[in-house]
Ligand binder design. Structure first.
Ligand code: C2E
Ligand code: CA
Ligand code: CA
Length: 712
């Protein structure tokens, strides 16, 4: 089968044959055309050249001996216009004429054939010349392309031999490329040891797998400021690799920035939750490994939540809140000594402080000897945060509650230890905030208890397990009943009676307080109205309002409906709020309180003296009554400090024109002390415990000097 000359061409090749012997010419024409060539002939050089110019053949077959100018002259003539690659010329010489053969090559012949011609071989020989010529042309083209590529390559290229000889083949300066430079030297003399070893490793690997490229990224050992290179190793001979260098500084810097972003909190620059968890996971491996050693390692996780951050954020704005968080972050980081830190292998920043939520921070103490070490760090944090932070003219104090979990005993994985430290943090909050607390396993059972309470409350609400009791408020001078406070009671069929101090916080957390609170309002209003209807003098009923209810946008709507349904006079209602209500969101709180006031409701500030209130801002709120907290009242008997405090509170309330009531009065001498200072209103076991509605009615009638008509 006929093999095409060129894979892409099946078309016939054109040969111009020049010879003065017409018989040979005819034989050549016949042989070639029979073999698939097209052949044109000329009897002398002049005609031959004309044919070549007109037809642009693929090959010229040229006899040395011609009439007129000989074949050598014609060949030189051809070469003036076409190169060997453009147009191969095969010369016909007589056998054994070595001088002619030599001459033929000198004038630019591609090959020669000797006469007499071997006709069968002729087409094969010509096809071979054509093919060789095309292959050569293609090779030349490729070399040219490669050379331009080299010359245009923006980065340096070296060769490196298996023996470690380095040669620069291209400097990276455009157009400057030279494959025949002298070697630069041995690699271990040119590069620092560690890099030379790495480079030789890559060289060997590239030589072992010639089809594959090996990459080596390294920091520039000769530059001050960080610069990074990538070396690509690829075999270019049996014992030699090309090493192409590329400046990857920009990419590296970018990578580092992305890694930083993935691991850090944008606001504070501290670690984020992700970095914290992965660091903890690594720490656990480390701890587990040391467990069998004579000195097993221990670590601690501190979980820190800011107590009153939400209030600051809401009242002073998020921008200021952000600044505050930054300052807090800086202070917390500042208390850690280098030995407290867990340095990460791939990150020499070394922080082990993370911000894992709005105002939640975590610290890892990767090596502690005793729990006291963790307590010491927690104390240092409490100390640094005690100093007010001044921001835009405000002096702000943010106190933290800190939970501490020890590793490995309080958790052997990141989730568990975080959860337990979080529980300990909640316990610190419950214990009064601004303190630290170690985790102990009973905290998890406390959590289960919480769930039980929540379930029980939902059930209790639907099945009438809640009641309201009433505690009288008395004029200590006359014993007259001035009012009563409604206090919620819960009798669970299984758990028995549960104290409000236990269930109210859970109700607040779950939002159940909204429904419970509405129930108390309804019962309280109904009860005070029923007392009046029985003919007793109207008294106010005080209802406790939780700060969570205060945040309920429908609060006023609910309240007005309760009043309307009960048919009671709103002037019979007193609402007690604690200072925490005022801290939540002051503008809205003031507006809501104002609205209550417009309805005729009396407003009392409960547990006064225990909160954060600076007495100076009291005048901003429309309170009518200050309830002096029972803790003051109960310590009146002994501590002289609380005596003077109570005295000051009473004096201040009076100067603000507010009514005062003391709660938790249990003993006559307490009552006397208060009376002496002008505080006449009192509530406490001395006068009466909280009572069921029925008991209260009897109590009231008795006080009025009459028998309870219902008991007649
Ligand atoms: P509170 O508002 O300060 O209520 C006064 C608490 O002091 C009541 O406890 C009352 O029984 C108790 N108490 C009264 N006199 C004395 C006394 O002389 N000595 C002593 N040691 N205690 C006295 P209670 O009923 O256990 O309520 C505890 C807290 O639960 C209340 O404190 C209040 O904050 C909350 N609470 C109770 N009922 C409700 C309610 O309906 N709604 C809301 N939001 N909170 C409620
Ligand atoms: Ca109260
Ligand atoms: Ca109180």
């Amino acid at each position: 089968m006929e093999e095409p000359l060129h894979p892409s061409e099946g078309s016939k090749r054109l040969v111009v044959a020049i010879d003065d012997d017409p018989i040979i010419l005819r034989a050549v024409e016949h042989t070639l055309e029979a073999d698939g060539f097209i052949c044109r002939t000329a009897r002398d050089g002049t005609n031959g050249l004309q044919l070549i110019r007109d037809l642009r053949p693929d090959l010229v077959l040229l006899d040395v001996v011609l009439v007129g100018e000989d074949g050598f002259g014609i060949c030189s003539e051809i070469r003036k216009t076409w190169s060997k690659e453009d147009l191969p010329v095969v010369m016909l010489t007589s056998m054994e004429d070595l001088a002619s053969i030599q001459r033929a090559y000198q004038v630019g012949a591609s090959d020669f054939l000797t006469k007499p011609l071997h006709w069968k071989h002729l087409p094969y020989r010509l096809r071979h010349v054509l093919r060789a010529n095309e292959a050569f042309a293609a090779l030349q083209e490729r070399t040219r392309t490669l050379n331009s590529l080299f010359a245009a390559h923006p980065d340096p290229i070296f060769t490196l031999t298996a023996k470690g000889v380095v040669t620069l083949v291209h400097s990276g300066i455009q157009g400057e490329s030279n494959t025949s430079r002298p070697p630069l030297g041995q690699i271990d003399e040119l590069l620092p040891d560690h890099l030379a070893v790495l480079a030789m490793q890559h060289c060997q690997e590239a030589l072992a797998n010639p089809a594959e490229m090996r990459c080596l990224e390294f920091a520039d050992p000769f530059q001050e400021e960080p610069r990074f290179w990538e070396g690509r190793f690829i075999a270019c001979a049996e014992d030699k690799v090309l090493v192409m260098l590329r400046d990857i500084t920009e990419r590296k810097v970018f990578e580092q920035r992305i890694r930083h972003m993935a691991y850090h909190d944008a606001l504070t620059g501290l670690w984020n939750r992700y970095a914290l968890s992965s660091t903890l996971e690594r720490l656990f491996i480390d701890l587990a490994r040391s467990e069998t050693s004579p000195y097993p390692k221990a670590a601690a996780l501190l979980y820190l939540d800011l107590d009153n951050f939400k209030r600051i954020n809401d009242t002073l704005g998020h921008a200021l809140g952000d600044d505050l968080l930054k300052e807090v972050a800086a202070r917390i980081s500042g208390v850690l000594r280098p030995s407290d830190l867990l340095a990460r292998a791939d990150n020499s920043d070394g922080e082990s402080v993370a911000r894992i939520g709005g105002d939640e921070f975590c610290l890892i103490l990767s090596q502690i000897t005793t729990p006291t070490d963790a307590a010491r760090v927690a104390t240092r944090i409490l100390d640094v945060l005690r100093q007010p932070i001044s921001l835009e003219g405000h002096q702000l104090v943010v106190t933290p509650s800190i939970g501490i979990a020890l590793m490995p005993q309080d958790g052997r994985d990141a989730d568990t230890v975080l959860k337990n430290a979080d529980r300990a943090m909640y316990a610190a909050k419950e214990a009064g905030r601004n303190r630290f607390q170690f985790f102990d396993p009973s905290m998890s059972s406390r959590l289960q208890e919480r769930f039980r309470l929540e379930e029980g409350m939902r059930h209790g609400l639907a099945h009438g397990a809640f009641h309201v009791h009433f505690q009288p408020q008395i004029d200590a001078r006359s014993g007259e009943i001035l009012g009563m406070e409604a206090l919620l009671r819960w009798d669970d069929p299984e758990m028995g009676s549960i104290a409000p101090a236990k269930f109210i916080p859970v109700a607040e957390e779950t939002g159940l307080i909204v429904e419970l609170g509405e129930y108390v309002f309804r019962e309280a209003l109904r009860f005070t109205r029923s007392l009046q209807e029985e003919g007793l003098p109207p008294i106010r009923v005080a209802v406790n309002l939780s700060s969570v209810q205060m945040l309920d946008p429908q609060l006023m709507e609910r309240l007005e409906l309760c009043i309307a349904f009960s048919g009671a006079d709103p002037r019979c209602l007193e609402v007690e709020v604690t200072e925490s209500v005022l801290l939540e969101s002051s503008d809205r709180a003031i507006a809501t309180l104002q609205r209550m006031k417009e309805l005729g409701i009396t407003l009392a500030l409960d547990d006064f003296g225990t909160g954060y209130s600076s007495l100076s801002y009291l005048h901003q709120y429309p309170f009518d009554i200050l309830k002096i907290d029972q803790s003051f009242v109960q310590s009146l008997t002994n501590a002289s400090q609380s005596r003077s405090l109570a005295t000051a509170i009473i004096a201040m309330g009076q100067s603000l024109g507010m009514e005062l009531i003391a709660e938790g009065v249990e003993h006559a001498d307490q009552a006397k002390f208060l009376l002496d200072r002008g505080c006449h209103r009192a509530q406490g076991f001395l006068y009466g415990h909280p009572m069921s509605p029925g008991d209260f009615r009897t109590f009231y009638w008795n006080r009025m000097g009459k028998r309870d008509p219902e008991q007649e």
